[in-house]
Ligand binder design. Structure first.
Ligand code: PLP
Length: 391
C-alpha cells in the first residue's frame, strides 16, 4: 500500500528529531562518551523513588482526577507561588500533565486556529516547531545570537510580529544554549505581548538550574502577564525524574479548562505512581536539587574553560546543562563536524542545526554526565581540534 496518501499532511510535514537521528548512529558503538542526550545523569533521589514504591505497595493504581491529585496540585501551587512569585488556584488553575512535552502540545492545540502564527526564539528545543505545525499553526522563528548570549531581544521580536501573530513561546534557561534573559529584556518583551495582544507559553523546565544569577523571573509574574501566560514546568530536569513523565501547566481557569479537554480525551490523567513521587519531590526534594545543581555548576565551569582554552569559542551559559561552542572556523557544517568527531574520537555531541537554522556552526554539549567522562571527552575533543588545525 502507498501510505504516503494515508498519513496526515501536518504530520508528514514534520521531520524526525535531529537529536534522535544522530543518536541512532551512536547505538551499538563501544566506548562512546555521550555529551548528547539532555537528561540528568543522576538517578532520581531515593526518597522520591521510595514514595513511588510505597504508592504501589498501598495499591494506588487507579486513575486520578483529570487535573491530577488535588494534594499534588496544592503543592505545585505553593511551589510556583514561592519560586515564580505567581499565585494559581490549585482547584482550577493547575493541570498535571505527562511531562512538559504533553503540556507544550495541548497548550498549542488549546490556543491555535489554523494559520495562527506562533513566534519562538531559535536555537530552540526540538519539539517546538513540529508541535506548532502539528497544531496547524505557522511557526515563526526569531534568531538569537552568540553576541547576545543567545537571549531574546524585544526589537528582534517586534520585527516578526504580524496581525496573524497569536502566541509567543519562551524558554529560559534555554535548551540548547543555556541562555538566560535579563529582567529588563523580559519586561520589554512583556510590554510587546500586551501591546500586540499575544498569549505566551513559557517553558521554564530549567528554572532551578541557574548558576551565575540564581534569581529566576518568570514572565508570568510581570504586570499584566498572568492573564495571558501559560507557565509550564515539570520534574524531569531539576529532580532527575525524566522517566516519571510528569509536568504541569499553570494558567487562568478558562485556558486550563481548554487544555484539560484535550488532556482528558487523549491522556485521561498523568500516572498516579508518578504523581505520588512528585508529591515527595515537592515536599522533601529541595536538598537533592541543590546538590545536583552544585555538581552541574562545577561541570559547566570546567567544560566552558576547557572548550575556550582549546579554541572552541563558547559563551558561559547561565543555566540548564548545555554549552554551545562555535565550530564554524573549521569550515565544516555542524553535522559534518559532529560526525567526524564521533568517527575520530567516539565523543557524541549534537550538531547545532538540529535546533534550528541559526544553530548551524555550533555544537550542543550536555554536561549532565560524569566529571570523569567530561574530562576524557574534553581531552579527545582537544586532540581532534589539533588535527583539524594541522595544515
Ligand atoms: N522543554 C524543554 C526545553 C526540554 O529541553 C525538554 C526535554 O529535553 C522538555 C521540555 C521535555 O520535558 P519533559 O521530560 O517534562 O517532557
Amino acid at each position: 500500500m502507498d501510505y504516503s496518501s494515508k498519513i496526515a499532511r501536518q504530520v508528514a510535514a514534520v521531520p524526525r528529531s535531529g537529536i534522535r537521528d544522530f543518536f541512532e548512529l551512536v547505538q551499538g558503538r563501544d566506548d562512546v562518551i555521550s555529551l548528547g542526550v539532555g537528561e540528568p545523569d543522576f538517578q532520581t533521589p531515593w526518597n522520591i523513588r521510595e514514595a513511588a514504591i510505597y504508592s504501589l505497595e498501598k495499591g494506588h493504581t487507579s486513575y486520578t482526577s483529570n487535573l491530577g491529585l488535588l494534594q499534588l496540585r496544592k503543592l505545585i501551587s505553593g511551589y510556583v507561588s514561592d519560586f515564580f512569585a505567581v499565585d494559581y488556584k490549585a482547584e482550577s488553575e493547575v493541570l498535571v500533565t505527562v511531562g512538559v512535552s504533553e503540556a507544550i502540545d495541548i497548550a498549542l492545540r488549546a490556543l491555535l486556529n489554523p494559520g495562527d502564527e506562533v513566534i519562538y526564539h531559535e536555537p530552540c528545543y526540538v519539539s517546538y516547531c513540529p508541535s506548532i505545525t502539528m497544531a496547524y499553526g505557522e511557526a515563526v522563528a526569531v534568531p538569537t545570537f552568540k553576541k547576545d548570549g543567545f537571549s531574546l531581544k524585544a526589537d528582534a521580536l517586534e520585527k516578526v510580529i504580524t496581525p496573524k501573530s497569536r502566541v509567543l513561546m519562551l524558554n529560559f534557561p534555554t535548551n540548547p544554549t543555556g541562555a538566560t534573559i535579563s529582567n529588563d529584556d523580559l519586561k520589554e518583551i512583556a510590554e510587546l505581548c500586551v501591546k500586540h495582544d499575544l498569549m505566551v507559553i513559557t517553558d521554564e523546565i530549567y528554572s532551578e538550574l541557574r548558576y551565575d544569577d540564581p534569581e529566576h523571573t518568570s514572565i508570568a509574574s510581570l504586570p499584566g502577564m498572568k492573564e495571558r501566560t501559560i507557565l509550564l514546568h515539570g520534574f524531569s530536569k531539576a529532580f532527575a525524574m525524566t522517566g516519571f513523565r510528569l509536568g504541569y501547566a499553570c494558567a487562568p481557569q478558562p485556558i486550563i479548562e481548554a487544555m484539560m479537554k484535550i488532556h482528558q480525551y487523549s491522556m485521561l490523567c498523568a500516572p498516579i505512581t508518578s504523581q505520588a513521587a512528585a508529591i515527595e519531590a515537592l515536599q522533601n526534594g529541595a536538598e537533592s536539587v541543590e546538590k545536583m545543581k552544585a555538581s552541574y555548576h562545577q561541570r559547566r565551569d570546567f567544560m566552558v574553560k576547557r572548550l575556550n582554552a582549546m579554541g572552541l569559542d563558547c559563551h558561559s551559559p547561565g543555566g540548564a546543562f548545555y554549552v554551545f561552542p562555535e565550530i564554524s572556523k573549521f569550515g565544516l557544517k555542524s553535522k559534518e563536524f559532529a560526525m567526524r568527531l564521533l568517527e575520530a574520537t567516539n565523543v557524541a555531541a549534537v550538531p547545532g542545526d538540529a535546533f534550528g537554522a541559526c544553530g548551524e556552526g555550533f555544537l550542543r554539549c550536555c554536561y549532565a554526565t560524569s566529571m570523569e567522562d567530561i574530562v576524557i571527552a574534553m581531552d579527545r575533543i582537544e586532540q581532534f581540534v589539533r588535527i583539524l588545525e594541522t595544515p
